[in-house]
Design a protein around this ligand. Structure first.
Ligand code: ZN
Length: 156
């Protein structure tokens, strides 16, 4: 993508060419959710495995299936790395923080969000310059939020 910083473009292409945590998990016990971005044709199927209950649960495994453009796929790959092993409240914080990075309005930051590291995800901040690609970058994150909502609503 022209216009993105070279280093950032390298990170995005690396995750696109060698996506982390591709595959599927048996569902149940994993929570499965699907996301679709009709503007670009991106499709994400996300499998989320939690260990523990409610707010004490941690992400014990996450896998991504589907297909789409380099931004949607690399964002999903980076997301899986960022949330693996993390407690659910921190994952929700990371979702808020990432959406704020992309310039999405109406996200209410909470105490502690500032300390959550973004790591490679900062590579995607250049996407802000391409408004149509923001939906690509955020697709997997909305799909993850859906899976977390499913988990929160599931009978224990
Ligand atoms: Zn896309």
């Amino acid at each position: 993508m022209a216009g993105l910083d070279d280093l950032y473009r390298e990170i995005i292409l690396d995750h696109y060419r060698t996506p982390r945590n591709r595959g599927e998990l048996e569902s149940p016990p994993a929570f499965e959710s699907r996301g679709h971005n009709p503007l670009c044709g991106d499709e994400i199927t996300l499998y989320l495995m939690l260990d523990g209950e409610g707010e004490d649960a941690v992400v014990s495994d996450i896998k991504i299936g589907g297909q789409g453009c380099s931004i949607s796929q690399s964002s999903a790959s980076m997301m899986t790395q960022a949330v693996m092993g993390k407690p659910v409240p921190e994952v929700r914080g990371l979702i808020r923080k990432f959406k704020t990075l992309l310039g999405i309005e109406g996200i209410e930051e909470r105490e502690g969000d500032a300390e959550i590291p973004l790591g490679d995800l900062e590579a995607l901040q250049g996407v802000v310059k391409f408004p149509v690609r923001i939906k690509c970058a955020v697709l997997s994150w909305n799909t993850l939020a859906q899976a977390l909502d499913q988990a929160a609503a599931a009978p224990s």
